[in-house]
Ligand binder design. Structure first.
Ligand SMILES: Nc1ncnc2c1ncn2[C@@H]1O[C@H](COP(=O)(O)OP(=O)(O)OP(=O)(O)O)[C@@H](O)[C@H]1O
Length: 288
């Protein structure tokens, strides 16, 4: 996928190749001799904290443009997957590839240089439960900081892009506001715009509505639904919002004890799950 993949103010993807986002997904089901390039590929990933094994021989693949949601009980390792993809943590063993490039390790198992690690990290954008906006900067200043310093965009270019993404999250009227003057939902929508101005190819969303009241969470989820529908960006999402997971995902992976116990389309997982553990997890959260 091109690094120039963008979303226009109307939410349509600006794609120099002119290919619709759904067409850009790589058909990985074909038996072509050429290895498909995955947006993210976890190969036999183990992650331990001391003697505690959080992820056990995890294999997980995300197609370019695919929206994959991780669900499962608390502590099953979902957030750890996102942190590993973002290089915020290092796997104990195994290989993680972003668009075919290993992060942290090369083929021989040697650590990549920090410059290469930073380059790969820039392909991913992450939105967290906490919004983490700079409180002393206005919305616009928050949005242009990384594009001007990291991507070396001119101020004018960064501002134009910031305004485009602010329109997308419905907050173009808040350019000069400070974070404290915004609601939690608005701050989270700014945090989403801040991730998008970096033009990530993969968007990692970790429990983005957990710190919000349910009535405010909806406005944030609406924005994500729209981005998911209209953009070619690959998404790896962790959420406890089952309705959202069902609506936004191409595929759902169910975690338990650091392993994927089952994965499939939302219909398969929610209507006819194969695993008894998936059934009881869904029953517990849906009846909650
Ligand atoms: N830095 C750390 N040091 C020690 N243990 C950790 C660390 N980070 C995570 N863990 C442990 O790893 C396990 C998995 O954590 P993780 O946050 O990935 O789970 P999760 O499925 O996302 O949970 P939740 O749904 O509650 O957010 C938990 O038991 C957690 O306490």
């Amino acid at each position: 996928m091109s690094r120039t993949t963008e979303l226009s103010s109307a939410g349509n993807r600006v794609n120099p190749g002119g290919v619709a986002s759904s067409e850009r997904k790589v058909d990985v089901s074909t038996s072509s001799k050429q290895e498909p390039v995955w947006a993210i590929e976890f190969k036999k990933i183990c992650k331990s904290f001391g003697a505690f094994r959080v992820l056990v021989d995890l294999d997980l693949k995300v197609q370019p443009g695919e929206k994959v949601t991780l669900i499962g009980p608390s502590g099953s390792g979902k957030t750890t997957v996102l942190r590993l993809a973002m290089t915020l943590a290092k796997p104990t063993s195994g290989d993680i590839r972003i668009f075919g490039e290993s992060i942290l390790f090369d083929q021989a198992g040697t650590l990549l240089s920090s410059a290469e690690e930073a380059r790969i990290r820039r392909r991913c954008g992450m939105v967290f439960q906490q919004f983490n906006l700079f409180p002393h900067l206005t919305v616009l200043q928050n949005l242009i900081l990384a594009p001007t310093t990291v991507l070396k965009q001119s101020k004018a270019e960064a501002k134009e892009s910031a305004l485009r993404y602010l329109r997308m999250v419905g907050l173009e009227g808040k350019v000069d506001a400070y974070p404290a003057q915004l609601s939690g939902g608005q701050q989270q929508r700014i945090a989403i715009a801040r991730a998008l101005v970096m033009k990530p190819e993969i968007l990692l969303l970790d429990e983005i509505t957990s710190a919000l009241d349910p009535e405010i969470a909806g406005e944030v989820l609406d924005v994500v639904r729209r981005i998911a529908r209209e953009s070619g960006v690959s998404m790896l999402i962790v959420t406890h919002e089952m309705r959202f997971a069902r609506e936004v995902s191409d595929r759902i992976a169910v975690f338990d004890g650091g392993r994927i116990i089952e994965q499939g389309t939302p219909e398969k997982i929610f209507i006819s799950p194969e695993s008894e553990r998936t059934r009881s997890f869904l029953q517990s959260v849906l009846n909650h």
